[in-house]
Design a binder for this molecule. Structure first.
Ligand SMILES: [Zn+2]
Ligand SMILES: [Zn+2]
Length: 110
């Protein structure tokens, strides 16, 4: 039994590949070593899974299903597409939601 040399933490790269300078990116940072593409894919998959978990806790827009930090009075996200505007108007609300109070308090009377 030899010594186990670890590759990357995602288990896709050999130790040699994991030790590439700049993680396998070239000097300009625009091209990555072909052996690292699987690593990038896994890294991205892990990141988007994390984002999905985070967003699962957010309320969702009734119209487009977009997760958002804060729904407006109509229960919609902050988009201002025609469907979103129409829906708000039907409820008797302004077509475009008023800005959040924090943004409004600025630059008032001096
Ligand atoms: Zn890897
Ligand atoms: Zn929406």
């Amino acid at each position: 039994m030899g010594v186990v040399i670890k590759g990357c933490k995602l288990g896709c790269c050999s130790p040699e590949v994991a030790a590439l300078p700049r993680g396998g990116w070239d000097d300009a940072g625009s091209k990555i070593d072909g052996r690292r593409t699987e690593h990038l894919r896994r890294e991205w998959a892990a990141t988007s899974a994390r984002i999905d978990r985070m967003q699962a806790d957010y309320p969702k827009c009734k119209l487009c299903g977009q997760s958002t930090m804060r729904l407006d009075q109509a229960g919609l996200c902050s988009k201002v597409t025609e469907v979103h505007k129409t829906y708000r108007v039907r409820l008797g609300l302004p077509a475009v939601p008023a800005p959040a109070p924090a943004a409004r308090g600025r630059g008032g009377r001096r």
